[in-house]
Design a protein around this ligand. Structure first.
Ligand SMILES: [Zn+2]
Length: 209
């Protein structure tokens, strides 16, 4: 990790807090979506890296009003969050695989959406995240966490989830990578609203059946 990014990452937590507060100030409502994510670590990523990656992905999603219950063979790490009655968590499955078998090296992951525009499954390509971590001199867990948030974004937003700004940008330039290191690579307010709106529509029902 370069000195610049190491210093920048010291402000990570503070930046997240401030940005979430700014989102609230911009008028995002207090509704939240609860999702349950099972992670299969086929790439055998270290538990330290996975824990940090899930923590960061959880923060990015929390800024969009999404609370994540992570499950990777262990009991939920968020015991304070229980499923509210009548509002069960939508369930997703992510698999961290060593690399893609047939997609370009520049692809970090893939999500599987059905014809009804909903999906529950996504693959994350570890080698692509590791390569970006090395070339951009950003902590691997930070990259992995944001890739996880991006793929969950696909599953939460449905088709056409990419946007010219924020974490759902299809290709991350140096500008996005700088934002990532600063903890500012987030869902846009419009995407956060869309996720909440979808969660109160057929999304939850479709994903929990
Ligand atoms: Zn994408």
């Amino acid at each position: 990790m370069s000195a610049v990014f190491r210093n920048l990452s010291n402000f990570f937590s503070v930046s997240f807090l401030l940005l979430c507060l700014l989102g609230t100030a911009r008028g995002l409502d207090s509704r939240f979506v609860l999702i349950d994510v099972n992670v299969y670590n086929d790439a055998k990523v270290s538990s330290v890296t996975m824990r940090r990656a899930e923590e960061l992905a959880g923060r990015v999603l929390q800024c969009a009003g999404v609370h994540v219950l992570w499950n990777d063979g262990q009991p939920s790490r968020n015991p304070s969050l229980s499923e509210p009655e009548g509002n069960p968590a939508a369930k997703f499955l992510l698999r961290i695989v060593p690399h893609s078998r047939n997609l370009a090296d520049s692809v970090f992951g893939v999500s599987f959406l059905g014809t009804d525009n909903s999906g529950r499954y996504g693959d994350i390509f570890y080698a692509a995240a590791e390569r970006l971590s090395e070339t951009a001199h950003i902590n691997l867990a930070d990259v992995l966490g944001h890739v996880i948030a991006h793929e969950l974004g696909h599953l939460l937003l449905g088709t056409n989830a990419h946007s010219p700004q924020g974490i759902m940008r299809p290709h991350w330039s140096s500008e996005e990578l700088h934002s990532l290191a600063m903890g500012r690579l987030l869902f846009t307010p419009e995407q956060a609203q869309s996720i909440r709106d979808r969660a109160t529509q057929p999304l939850t029902a479709a994903l929990t059946r």
